[in-house]
Design a protein around this ligand. Structure first.
Ligand code: FES
Length: 109
């Protein structure tokens, strides 16, 4: 699937979760303190909660409902109650703009 421009890199605030939708796919986007940008599925796998409403810390986003933290790098939950990963999406930075490919990937290992 083709990548879609979501915003300029400078529009992303450090460690602030932003929700975008590309082709109906809800995605949470985070720029970390090192300047890396991550995009993972926005819907918690434990319940129908938007992870973009949660808390960002140490390259994780925490679901506010029951506290599962998902890795921004792998999409995997690091603690219960969620035990299934959210998808990871490919991010590209091109000429100062952020592009996301909405094709889901699951990190298994
Ligand atoms: S709904 Fe996200 S941890 Fe329960």
């Amino acid at each position: 699937m083709a990548s879609t421009k979501i915003c300029a890199f400078d529009e992303l605030e450090e460690n602030q979760a932003v929700k975008v939708e590309i082709d109906g796919v809800p995605i949470v986007v985070v720029r970390d303190s090192a300047g890396d940008v991550f995009a993972i599925g926005d819907t918690c796998t434990h319940g129908d909660i938007s992870l973009s409403e949660g808390f960002v810390e140490d390259d994780t986003v925490e679901c506010w409902a029951h506290g599962s933290k998902f890795s921004l790098k792998s999409g995997r939950p690091l603690n219960l109650p969620a035990y299934e990963p959210v998808p990871v999406f490919t991010v590209e930075l091109i000429n100062g703009d952020v592009f996301i490919d909405p094709t889901p990937h699951y990190v298994t290992a």
